[in-house]
Design a protein around this ligand. Structure first.
Ligand SMILES: [Zn+2]
Ligand SMILES: [Zn+2]
Length: 197
């Protein structure tokens, strides 16, 4: 009797690899692939939006970098093909890079290899496989847009700090003027009184 353990269904089958053709397994496979495909589609849409602004040198790269919030950005996506959780967002210092982690994974050699293996083992539909991969040039365009977005963010931060410093200097100047004016008011009556005594 051929025994086969199916990681997807999490059960041992005594019909061996014929289990892979069973209706229950096919249904689970389709459900799991649909879930992953949704995540892949969202990541690729983010990459496409970023790349759309690629030619705009003055643009911010179309990537929304924002402060890193563990509750939102520590999220992992289960990669069915590699059998492990993948961090969806990237991180640079205190900033979150939405979808950067997942895109890097989907464009990587490990994922490409494991996806081929998974497809072979599960007899998944060959035509669908490309939907689970990110071509290298697509990822490179995204990575370039990401760098531009980070540079634009840095410029905005520096400008904000420069304006804040200018605001503080201006407030200090006004305070000095107010103090000087008050001192002068105190001194003036004495000056007036002086000669008549
Ligand atoms: Zn199964
Ligand atoms: Zn993977």
């Amino acid at each position: 009797m051929a025994v086969h353990y199916c990681g997807l269904c999490r059960r041992t089958s005594f019909s061996g690899r014929r289990h892979l053709y069973s209706a229950a397994h096919r249904r689970r496979l389709q459900e799991a692939l649909a879930r992953l495909q949704e995540e892949v589609a969202a990541a690729r849409a983010a990459a496409a939006a970023a790349a759309a602004e690629e030619d705009d040198e003055e643009g911010d790269g179309g990537v929304a970098v924002r402060p890193y919030d563990p509750a939102e950005h520590d999220r992992r996506v289960w990669c069915l093909c590699c059998g492990r959780g993948v961090r969806r967002d990237g991180r640079r210092g205190g900033l979150a890079l939405p979808q950067a982690g997942l895109l890097q994974h989907l464009a990587g050699a490990e994922h490409r290899r494991e996806t081929a293996r998974f497809w072979r083992e599960n007899r998944a539909e060959a035509a669908l496989r490309e939907r689970f991969l990110v071509p290298a040039e697509e990822y490179e365009r995204f990575a370039r847009a990401l760098e531009r977005a980070l540079a634009a963010h840095q410029r905005r931060e520096e400008e904000r700090i420069r304006q804040m410093a200018a605001g503080i200097r201006e407030a200090e100047r006004r305070q000095r003027e107010t103090v000087q004016a008050a001192l002068q008011l105190q001194m003036e009556p004495e000056l007036c009184v002086g000669p008549s005594v």
